[in-house]
Design a protein around this ligand. Structure first.
Ligand code: 5GP
Ligand code: MG
Length: 504
């Protein structure tokens, strides 16, 4: 354990710079997408929608509009509020159809060409495309396409879909989409537009979310319902798994081109990604998180003076935990919401402030107390280590760490860019080893069955048809992983070991 600890510390130090510049994010966020058809303020409404989806990706944003003939594109690194609130940018985005995207991309100059929505001129006209999710065979397809002379402009998996659409010999844009999508595997919630139609699609398992709304005469597509709320649009329904909708000035048409299979939406939307005020799968994300806390209290409560959330992601679960265990809920950690990326300087002196830029202990409350710290998840454990230490420095007598999700043992390939398996704290450590690493007095995670119970599945996780995509906790990947397996064969990447099925 000691050597593990040292290795971990060394890694934490070298990661410090990256962590600070990425606003303390442990694993990369996925993306958010938005689209609107038939509104004179399409660009402005899309900027607002993206603002509501900012939590899904903070590194870059883009909007592509079309005025019935010409397309207009603006893509920027950075936050929506810093780029898309300017009239000079919005006024260039003419037309009443718009598609927008927020993403977490890699930094550096290669990033700009990957900023979405992508756009391509096809033989039928222009096409914009925004993608939330990740394909698991994009690299394999790309290599095949490159052999026959295809030239790729970006390094995103999304561009593969554009190439496949361009190659399709089908007559209509929708049929071209469908033909292309039959060739790809993995997770995709797509919003695209041609010069006169808006298209939305979810992959056959519905791994990533996509909802449909209505604002007056206009239809809206978005990753989450909170993006409908911000523009005053009504939530109509979710796009179903394997469904494609085509929206034109004549209305909306729904297609189910894939052989029907049972949906398996990503369980991590409930745990961390989605905003608590969104509805996912018809459920309030906030209520689900409170339920995780309630179940956790039932499973592993310990007597303490107070329950303290790690803000903001731990807040709803901590409220549920406090309520179920009748323990006072207190704000023992205060989060600074103004820590911007621009503030953070790469100097050693500032780097060493570490987590304190974002979180600070409410020392007068904590001093001499037995506390339960509650967070939504542990990924690398780097934040958790620092937070526990901060609580001790503030005088906490006992620190009991409770996690409102099961241990994350497996990496994701569907749009959450989790660290390699060997960087996931729970992939190679027992609960006791993790407790020791965090220097907590006790550590407990929500069980898989508790997680499913909290989501309204009293019988737990059905072995034959799990109701969610939950590989992060189980290793049960719902699709083939050609790119991972191909790479494994090519480079013998040892960290990508085969999936296992540890829990039912
Ligand atoms: P750790 O202690 O593992 O270093 O970090 C855990 C924290 O990371 C939790 O507070 C959790 O909210 C956060 N987290 C979990 N998943 C993600 C993610 O995909 N992106 C970001 N930015 N943070 C995450
Ligand atoms: Mg958090």
């Amino acid at each position: 354990m000691q050597s593990f600890k040292n290795a971990f510390l060394a890694r934490s130090l070298s990661e410090n710079y990256h962590k600070l510049t990425s606003n303390e994010h442990q694993i990369r966020d996925e993306c958010g997408a938005f689209g609107i058809m038939g509104h004179p303020d399409a660009a402005t409404l899309t900027a607002l929608g993206l603002q509501a989806l900012q939590h899904r990706g903070q590194e870059a944003a883009g909007i592509v509009t079309v005025d019935g003939d010409r397309f207009y594109a603006e893509r920027r690194m950075g936050l929506v509020r810093d780029n898309f609130t300017k009239n000079s940018v919005i006024n260039r985005l003419c037309g009443n159809i718009a598609v927008g995207h927020v993403r977490y991309s890699t930094t550096g100059e290669t990033a700009m060409r990957n900023v979405q929505p992508l756009f391509a001129d096809m033989n039928f006209g222009g096409l914009s495309l925004a993608h939330n999710g990740n394909l698991t065979n994009a690299l394999a397809i790309r290599r095949e396409l490159e052999k026959t002379g295809a030239i790729f402009q970006s390094t995103t998996d999304t561009e593969t879909i554009l190439h496949l659409i361009a190659q399709s010999t089908k007559a209509t844009v929708v049929d071209k989409f469908v033909e292309a999508l039959f060739k790809v595997n993995g997770a995709y919630a797509l919003i695209g537009s041609s010069k006169d139609q808006l298209i939305g699609v979810r992959d056959p398992l519905g791994i990533r979310p996509l909802v449909l709304g209505r604002l007056g005469e206009s239809y809206v597509l978005a990753s989450e319902t909170c993006a409908l709320d911000i523009i005053g649009a009504n939530f109509i329904r979710e796009i179903e798994n394997g469904e494609l909708v085509s929206i034109t000035s004549n209305g909306i048409q729904s297609l189910k081109p894939f052989p029907p299979i049972k949906e398996r939406p990503c369980i991590f939307e409930y745990i961390y990604f989605a905003r608590p005020d969104s509805l996912v799968g018809g459920k309030s994300v906030y209520e689900c998180r409170k339920n995780f806390g309630r179940e956790l209290a039932k499973e592993s409560h310990v007597e303490a003076d107070m329950v303290i959330p790690v803000p903001d992601s731990g807040v709803p679960a901590a409220i549920g935990y406090a309520e179920a265990s009748k323990t006072p809920y207190e704000l023992g950690i205060i989060r600074n919401h103004y820590v911007g990326r621009t503030f953070i300087q790469p100097q050693q002196s500032i780097r060493s402030f570490g987590v304190k830029l974002k979180h600070n202990a409410n020392a007068s409350l904590i001093h001499g107390k037995k506390i339960i710290l509650l967070d939504d998840s542990i990924v690398r454990g780097t934040t958790s280590v620092k937070i526990v230490r901060m609580m001790r420095e503030a005088g906490a007598k006992e620190v009991h760490f409770r996690v409102a999700s099961p241990p994350i043992t497996h990496p994701d390939f569907y749009g959450i860019d989790t660290p390699n398996k060997d960087q996931l704290l729970a992939s190679s450590n027992t609960c006791e080893e993790m407790r020791d690493h965090l220097e907590a007095d006790s550590l407990s995670f929500l069980s898989i069955s508790g997680l499913y119970r909290a989501l309204g599945h009293p019988a737990g996780r059905d072995d034959t048809i799990p109701q969610f995509t939950d590989h992060c906790f189980t290793g049960d990947y719902p699709t083939t992983l050609e790119d991972r397996d191909g790479k494994q064969a090519e480079f013998q990447l040892s960290f990508l070991s085969s999936p296992t099925h540890p829990e039912g």
